[in-house]
Design a protein around this ligand. Sequence first.
Ligand code: NAI
Length: 788
Amino acid sequence: MPSVKEILETMEYGPAPEAADQVMNWLKARARFGHYIDGAFTEPGETFDTANPATGEVLAQVSQGSAADIERAVAAARAALPAWSRLPGHERAKWLYALARHIQKRERFLAVLETLDNGKPIRESRDIDVPLAARHFYHHAGWAEILEDEFPGAQPVGVCGQIIPWNFPLLMLAWKIAPALAAGNTVVLKPAEFTPLTALAFAEICAEIGLPRGVVNIVTGDGATGAALVDAPVDKIAFTGSTEVGRAIRKATAGRDVKLTLELGGKSPFIVFADADLDAAVEGVVDSIWFNQGQVCCAGSRILVAESIAPVFQKRLATRMAKLRVGDPLDKCTDIGAIVAPVQVQRIRRLIAEGEAQGARLHTAPVQLPDRGCFLAPGYLTDVAPANILSDTEIFGPYATVTTFRTPDEAVTLANNSRYGLAASIWSENVNLALDVASRVKAGVVWVNSTNVFDAGAGFGGYRESGFGREGGREGMREYLSWPGPKTRPEAQPTPIDAAPHPADKPAPIRAEAPIDRTAKLYIGGAQKRPDSGYSYAVLAKGKEIGLAGLGNRKDIRNAVEAAHKATGWSKATGHNRAQVLYYLAENLAARAEGFAERLKEMGVSKPREEVETAIRRTFWYAAQADKFDGAVHSTKSAHVTLAMPEPFGVMGVVCPNDAPLLGLISMVLPAIAMGNRVVAVPAQSMPLAATDFYQVLETSDVPGGVVNIVTGAKDELARVLAQHDDVDALWYCGDEAGREMVESESAGNLKVTWTFPNRDWRGKDGQGREFLHRATQIKNIWVPYGE
Ligand code: NAI
């Protein structure tokens, strides 16, 4: 240890280690941990070590949860559910307050334990992880208190399986457990195998405050334990971790009617414009990619910097980087602690080596690393070509890539050139530019002139392959609530497709008084298109052929998706403009009510006039909602206006029920386009003609080409193509169980958001409502500094 004199001479910080005795004694007294099930710790079973990554020292042994342990835990949660969910919100709030207070009471203890188990600097666990975890319980105690007023009619989802990663062990636990309990659910949580200790300490807190048994269960173990939890009879799975495992969970839960939220990886852009406050931006990098050794899902791992300032920015970055202190995580002066485990160090090294072999240049801080433990020198990478592995692979270590751009448009293109979409950080002193770019980046969280700001009051979660669902804020509460489901209705079985070459004749436009065309085409990009197959199929009503519909195939879906992609103007249009167009659409539909009613009658639809009338009213309703279903400004703890903006997904697939031929289509397409999505719709297989008549109304209503595309044909075949399509961002499917499972499973490729449900009474209240609008949007949280 240097003497005071030496310290004064070098002006170097002296070591200031946080005491760990209390935690070490706690660990020594326990040594081997069982699971926490039904309000008590089990006897330790087969165990594995959990070690301090800074030293390699084994801290404790924890049990490897078996399928039987998971079964017991889920049964305990199930048994506890009725009493817990029936408690008045005020009573549940008291428990959440107690958890928050007890976390606060043990702040120092939990911070040290977290740092020992994870390797993160004590400064971070003490000032960020633990206080935010307590804040999460406080905030959600409030939601429990006001639940019935704020979410009328809502019920808990049930038993929630929660799987968390190792980068923010206690904080992720709080993100999962607090909203779940507030909403009246019970939980089984599996912490990550590298960092189970704070979860076990939390279990002790639950026992200590006397939380009713079975409400919180903690089962430790590795991926196999997690997989067993996913397979267990739970009502919801909430997962944070790698995209690969997220994808596997999407597949494993397909068709099981399990509510799912996935918070996955990222490769978030950190955009520095020429007019940015450069020193602030450099400090931002420190908080962004060197925070928690870069093991942060929303880390700004792709620095995009305006070309004109790149040299000076990089120089200042290198100067700042050289001052980072790497070493003992328990030292209060340490900036960069240890990577969580040797296997992660190897993984990061391998990736960097691969990137370097492909031409990337690594610049690291000139630091002396401790001679043992999982330490890496922080750094950044330049000369990273777009095809370099480091361009789109999550490094999950203290390394960001640095790339330059010339114009804001180029910055946005680069920012969005990723399969992920978790977060973005934008640095500019020009608020117009920053907010314009914020609206254009594909990310669930956008920080303006700030980075890695979190709060229980704001939603957090991704776009694209960063997953779906939100944690925190009002939108996070919705993920733990359910509403009484709609009354299901048996769906008409599709008549088998009897294909024949498509006639070449040109259809006459529909007019109420004119005879209705009998050879409908597809509608793609605002034009009627012959199906690629060259085939059509007979549309039968009461056994009689009443017309022909195009037999769409994979190629037609691809063309339709492409057309929808091009129609970006619709998503950018204001709600007011969309409302005007949809209002006009409703009027035109009303003008043709007679013709549609005739068509429906011909198809054997009962009370056809009523169906048409409802379809018209529904179109007006969604037209009205286009500029009313809006966002919020969240009340976050820091000095920010945090805008929660509902944004359209982009391109949505909509697979309609095989009956209610007009109303089913209107009910599913209108909310999607009202919110700014462009749609590829597959109408009722056996009764597609009302839909093909509908495109003629679209044509006369100023709905831009490509906004609604209609492909008729074999429902599930077309649904499969939509589910597998990487350029479809969300997919709604109304149909039978087999179809629902297929859609959820096939959509795992790009992790598109799906909403699948059985047929419902489209004429009643279940056919329309805000739920459709929620499902047609994803929330982007934009943090703008304010008032400080
Ligand atoms: P992981 O995704 O395997 O682990 C996260 C959690 O999922 C752990 O609790 C683990 O036990 C559990 N798990 C693993 N396999 C499972 C399965 N088949 N079913 C259910 N649960 C399962 O992440 P890992 O392997 O620890 O880290 C690998 C990479 O993943 C990292 O380098 C990083 O790129 C990414 N990652 C991203 C995180 C994020 O916050 N977005 C967090 C952790 C890892």
